[in-house]
Design a protein around this ligand. Structure first.
Ligand SMILES: Cc1cc2nc3c(=O)[nH]c(=O)nc-3n(C[C@H](O)[C@H](O)[C@H](O)COP(=O)(O)OP(=O)(O)OC[C@H]3O[C@@H](n4cnc5c(N)ncnc54)[C@H](O)[C@@H]3O)c2cc1C
Length: 332
């Protein structure tokens, strides 16, 4: 872990801050360390780890069921017979596609992201900061996640359907922001990539195969945060896989328990969240500023997601139906 977080600050286009305090909001991770620790736990639990191995295809039985993978390792090609392949190969899963599962995304269902690691900045904060506005990051936001007192991840994500409009890419919005907010900052690293922000793929299992994490489009449609959801979907898939292998039936029908559980426990809210997000994205910068003005007067300990949504509803009553679903599901 790099830093404990106790809430979020949302900055409207004119930089009015709405602070939402939450004692146990979460952590900023040191991702490489975190991933290595997960690998270590898996290895200690009996998994065989092969680093720098690249899957290049799937093998299928006569009936089309997936029963193995082809991979390259140390300059050679190998095959591995499997009972179930769990594809965790990220957005637009190739492994899924080779197995006949459509893993392509509409441009509107992905956020194109760029993130710098920046040092030499003043950032003594226990909050994750989000900046919104049509000029700052259209149909997206800029984030500043503190990793220490003088170092932060500063990134942006904009919708794929917006990327390239007016010849501007995610990195252009990020550069403009960094130049304005952190002129003395030193850029130590850059990562880029696409994050799924849609409803989730309609089909994520087949005979002998399951897709998890970004491969299954399981990241949060508002924040684009995919690490916790990838862990949940990995857990749900693994528990279904163990049962299926134990019972000797790895057909799609049996593996469907996993997407059903995902839908029940996590995914069922995605479409309502997406509709609320898309409604909010239609707000003008002035409307965002007015909301922020109203909400900024409420003490940070008293602001809840419900209060934020109630304020939004005053402007866009059509979102009431979506909000009702989320309230019934205990989401707000
Ligand atoms: C710039 C940026 C910032 C982000 N910030 C956050 C954040 O702050 N919080 C958060 O929760 N989420 C964040 N995300 C999203 C998060 O990174 C993903 O949702 C998460 O990593 C998904 O995990 P995953 O294991 O499903 O996929 P990935 O992390 O994408 O892992 C897929 C892995 O599969 C490997 N792979 C692909 N193809 C093959 C193949 N053929 N053979 C073998 N291996 C293969 C890849 O090399 C990769 O290692 C961010 C994303 C980006 C792009």
């Amino acid at each position: 872990m790099s830093r404990e977080i106790h809430g979020a600050r949302i900055f409207s286009p004119n930089e009015t801050a709405v602070t939402i305090y939450q004692q146990d909001a979460g952590y900023i991770l040191e991702r490489k360390v975190f991933d290595r620790r997960l690998t270590e736990l898996a290895a200690n639990a009996g998994a065989e780890v092969m680093v720098k191995a690249r899957v290049t295809g799937v093998m299928t039985a006569k009936d089309g069921a997936v029963n193995g993978v082809v991979f390259r390792y140390s300059g050679r090609e190998y095959t591995c017979k499997t009972k179930i392949v769990i594809a965790a190969d990220g957005v637009e899963s190739q492994v899924g596609r080779w197995a006949g599962i459509d893993s392509t995304h509409q441009l509107r269902d992905v956020a194109i992201c760029a993130q710098y690691l920046i040092s030499n900045i003043e950032i003594k904060s226990e909050y994750c900061d989000f900046y919104v506005g049509s000029k700052i990051a259209p149909r997206g936001y800029i984030w500043v996640f503190p990793k220490g007192d003088d170092i932060a991840n500063v990134g942006t994500g904009i919708r794929g359907s917006i990327s390239g409009k007016d010849s501007k890419l995610a990195i252009d919005y990020l550069n403009a922001f960094v130049k304005r907010k952190f002129p003395e900052g030193k850029i130590l690293g850059l990562v880029g990539g696409a994050v799924p922000v849609g409803y989730g793929l309609p089909r994520i299992v087949g005979d002998g195969i399951m897709l998890i994490g970004d491969a299954a489009q399981h990241s949060d449609p508002i924040s684009g945060g995919g690490i916790p959801n990838a862990m949940f979907s990995g857990k749900f898939a693994a528990e279904t896989a163990v049962k299926a292998i134990h019972n000797g039936d790895v057909s799609e029908k049996i593996l469907n328990d996993y997407p059903k559980r995902w839908e029940r426990e996590k995914g069922k809210n995605f479409k309502h969240i997406c509709r609320i997000r898309d409604g909010v994205y239609k707000f003008s910068d002035d409307v965002f500023d007015r909301y922020a003005e109203t909400l900024s007067k409420i003490p940070s300990e008293q602001i809840t997601m419900a209060k934020v949504f109630q304020t939004l509803l005053r402007h866009q009553p059509s979102l009431l139906l979506e909000l009702r679903h989320l309230i019934l599901a205990g989401w707000v």
